[in-house]
Ligand binder design. Structure first.
Ligand SMILES: Nc1nc2c(c(=O)[nH]1)N[C@H]1C(S)=C(S)[C@@H](COP(=O)(O)OP(=O)(O)OC[C@H]3O[C@@H](n4cnc5c(=O)[nH]c(N)nc54)[C@H](O)[C@@H]3O)O[C@H]1N2
Ligand SMILES: Nc1nc2c(c(=O)[nH]1)N[C@H]1C(S)=C(S)[C@@H](COP(=O)(O)OP(=O)(O)OC[C@H]3O[C@@H](n4cnc5c(=O)[nH]c(N)nc54)[C@H](O)[C@@H]3O)O[C@H]1N2
Ligand code: SF4
Ligand SMILES: [Mo]
Length: 701
């Protein structure tokens, strides 16, 4: 007899909007997804991924049992499919993993292990992950995809104001007066946010300025669209600042009370005129002036940005060029304004908040601060490594040097998401040990010695923290397939086994019975979470941190009175060109990014019905370029860089400007990262995924 239908409230597992969803379940299967109309942040809205894309949960290729590589120990390590693995029991797989990890810790120290936690997993999963890596393995080599994502925004905002989270909330968007969207293809990547932005324009008369080299959908609603050559944003925004200063459109009171370095800054940017910026970026000087006046003269003006700003060799400067604008005009610390890097993954904010970074414990408490480290040492009953760990790309470098011998990757897919995959592969081939914990066998899992099957978001409880710092619950709706277990459970089990092999009592404490208990421990050690409990999340459906006490309402917008660094800092910037520019052999700029229907390496969306809508790898190319190359819409063509080549189908469109092509990085059979390069922003260590040089070549019939 069929079981009665149930409806389980949860949080969408895709993007940082954090839409609340109702999973409709019959016979242990999700057959439909709805959204509750009365609850933030989405108030009944969903995009196609939330509504139709969670069917990956039931895909037959979910990992259902632990797997061990058949040719263990052979080198160079080759990628293998499922046939290259044999099934194992949890005991066998975890004992083997613990043996190998403990051996390396004993022989070389914990710093010989590089680990990646997951912006797809919960706060509780990630808290346990970093507790295990720091407390048992003894290294701070913990990082995650935020490094490939908003690292430059984080670094820039830390310099400018001392805090990196989105300053204002999604709920404020519909009442905006004026806003800038730059380097964010919001309708495809944060679709529900884009509906609130449109609402501000349509219902509230807000004026939007889009700054993007591609003609994204939002351009249709823009008061003004600035189209800089890719990689030239610093010139455009610095010139806007120059206009604001020279036309005296600054907020004098705000500058006096809350900002430092104005006098210096004013002098240093005096030459950064709109004409100077036009020569660099191609954006007409008059448009730069108009944009500057629109932003500075609005009562409240906000800036939203994405990867077009952050993923650049000068990403930190890009972010600083935006914080300068907000500080000059006092557009911070009040509703409907702010500096808002739109966070990408469902729980990328939370993974960082929970300590999934090489320099901080949960709540951004520095691992190098003796007092803080002592607090964690006392609580966890262990001695902790006082040295900052390595970032994602630094771990790749260290592996290449042999300083890192093993990887533990939970819920990430570096073999699709890292730049210059040929190089990344080469590094994987030589590692001594690779442990992967995922819901599917992805391109990274193909290199693993041991694969541990994880429960998906729909099979466990826990919390995700969305882009506007709202902590929200997920709840189990269906059973996990086969023997798959929640990440935190696997990690606790593994941690105890490693401790035993290292001859320690179970000191760091991994005897949790539920995610709620884990949350309580994390909150106890992390002041901004102390007012948040599962009971409260059940009652209020979500709370914005900082929330220091149980009676605190949570904080939708930040910096009302002060910045974490005290005063905000204006930083004058030089324009620097991109690292690789087109030449005769590689005459096109390649930009990579996303489309609405797919997610990153495609592990989830390509196992969903969304793949029927967008089944093939594409390249966006301007009609004039297509003509010149003699290629037609739909032709398969080759795109080649100094690092590799792929075959993709031509999409002839004016969306990308002449001389630039755009390739989404979702397709393993034509991975865009075969082409990209590993050149990084010096301060943020983020690779440039938005500008490299390629040749585009028709394929012989
Ligand atoms: N459908 C879908 N949604 C997603 C994701 C996904 O994979 N699929 N991933 C999530 C994640 S993790 C993230 S980080 C976000 C990313 O969200 P976005 O940042 O919106 O995603 P991208 O496609 O990388 O788009 C970057 C935008 O920057 C523009 N751009 C490129 N170069 C430049 C430049 O030099 N200057 C400026 N100003 N703009 C430039 C591109 O034209 C594009 O519009 O999306 C999240 N949402
Ligand atoms: N060329 C190019 N490359 C890029 C970018 C770009 O714009 N251009 N963008 C970069 C950015 S912004 C990002 S954020 C990265 C993203 O890069 P990654 O984080 O490496 O990519 P995902 O495909 O999201 O990987 C998530 C993995 O988690 C697994 N997973 C899902 N749920 C769970 C769970 O509950 N538990 C566990 N254990 N696993 C789970 C999925 O199956 C998948 O394998 O890519 C970066 N790479
Ligand atoms: S906007 Fe983001 S959180 Fe909302 S349904 Fe779409 S992917 Fe999910
Ligand atoms: Mo991201």
């Amino acid at each position: 007899m069929a079981e009665a239908d149930t409806s389980v409230r949860s949080t969408c597992p895709y993007c940082g909007v954090g839409c609340q969803i109702d999973l409709k379940v019959r016979n242990d299967r999700i057959y439909k997804v709805d959204a509750p109309f009365n609850i933030a942040p989405n108030f009944g809205r969903l995009c196609s991924k939330g509504r139709f894309g969670v069917d990956f949960v039931h895909h037959p290729s979910r990992l259902t049992q632990p797997l061990i590589r058949k040719d263990l120990g052979s080198k160079p390590r080759q990628p293998v499919g499922l046939e290259g693995f044999r099934p194992a029991t949890w005991d066998e797989a975890l004992d083997l993993a613990a043996d190998r990890l403990a051996e390396i810790v004993q022989a070389r120290g914990g710093d010989a292990i590089g680990t990646f936690c997951s912006a797809k997993a919960t706060n509780e999963d990630n808290y346990i992950f970093q507790k295990f890596i720091r407390g048992v393995i003894g290294t701070n080599n913990v990082d995650h995809c935020a490094r490939l994502c908003h690292a430059a925004s984080v670094t820039g905002l830390q310099i400018a104001i001392g805090s990196s989270a989105m300053s204002n909330s999604i709920a404020e968007m519909k009442d905006l007066d004026m806003f800038i969207v730059t380097g964010s293809n919001t309708t495809e990547t944060h679709p529900v946010i884009s509906t609130f932005l449109r609402e501000a324009i349509v219902n509230h008369g807000a004026k939007m300025v889009v700054v993007d080299p591609r003609e994204i959908e939002l351009c249709q609603f823009a008061e003004l669209w600035l189209r800089p050559t890719a990689g030239t944003d610093v010139a455009v925004f610095q010139a806007m600042a120059q206009v604001i200063v020279s036309e005296n459109l600054v907020d004098r009171d705000f500058l006096r009370e809350r900002v430092e370095n104005f006098e210096n800054y004013r002098l240093e940017i005096s030459d950064s005129t709109p004409e100077w910026a036009e020569a660099i970026s191609g954006v007409p000087a008059a448009d730069i002036r108009t944009a500057a006046r629109l932003y500075a003269q609005a009562n409240q003006a906000a800036i939203y940005w994405g990867m077009g700003i952050s993923q650049s060799v000068h990403g930190t400067d890009n972010a600083l060029s935006l914080s300068n604008l907000a500080l000059l005009t006092g557009n911070l610390g009040k509703s409907g304004s702010g500096l808002n890097p739109l966070r990408g993954q469902n729980n990328v904010q939370g993974c960082s908040d929970s300590g999934g970074l090489p320099n901080v414990f949960p709540g951004y408490q520095l691992v190098t601060d003796d007092e803080i480290r002592t607090k964690f040492e006392r609580d966890w009953g262990v001695l902790l490594n006082p040295q900052e760990g390595l970032t994602t790309m630094e771990m790749v470098d260290a592996a290449e040097r042999g300083a890192i011998q093993a990887y533990f990757v939970m819920g990430e897919n570096p073999m699709m998401s890292e730049p210059d995959l040929r190089h990344a592969r080469h590094v994987m081939e030589d590692l001594d040990f690779i442990l992967v914990q995922d819901i599917f066998l992805n391109e990274t899992g193909e290199y693993a010695d041991i694969l541990l099957p994880a429960a998906s978001f729909a099979e466990k409880s826990g919390t995700f923290t969305n882009s506007d710092r709202r902590v929200q619950l997920i709840r189990p709706a269906v059973p996990s397939p086969g023997q798959a277990r929640a990440d935190w459970e696997v990690l606790c089990d593994l941690a105890v086994r490693v401790e035993q092999r290292l001859g320690r009592e179970s000191s760091a404490g991994f005897s949790f019975t539920s995610p709620a208990e884990i949350w309580d421990e994390m909150a106890r050690l992390t002041p901004p979470f102390q007012g948040i409990t599962y009971d409260r999340l059940e009652r209020e459906s979500g709370v914005h941190w900082p929330c220091p006490t149980p009676d605190h309402p949570g904080t939708p917008y930040l910096f009302t009175d002060t910045f974490p660094r005290g005063k905000g800092q204006l930083v004058s910037l030089d324009y620097n060109p991109s690292a690789e520019l087109p030449d005769d052999e590689f005459p096109f700029i390649l930009s990579t990014g996303r489309v609405l229907y797919h997610w990153h390496g495609g592990t989830m969306t390509r196992r969903s019905k969304l793949d029927d809508i967008y089944p093939e790898p594409t390249v966006e190319i301007h009609p004039l370029d297509a003509d010149q190359l003699g290629v037609q819409a739909g032709d398969w063509i080759q795109v080649r860089s100094r690092r590799g080549q792929i075959r993709v189908r031509t999409l002839v469109t004016e969306r990308s400007p002449q001389g630039m092509v755009f390739i989404p990085f979702h397709f393993a059979e034509a991975a865009a990262n075969e082409l990209t390069m590993d050149v990084r922003d010096e301060r943020a260590k983020i690779p440039d995924y938005k500008v490299c040089a390629v040749a585009v070549e028709p394929l012989a019939e």
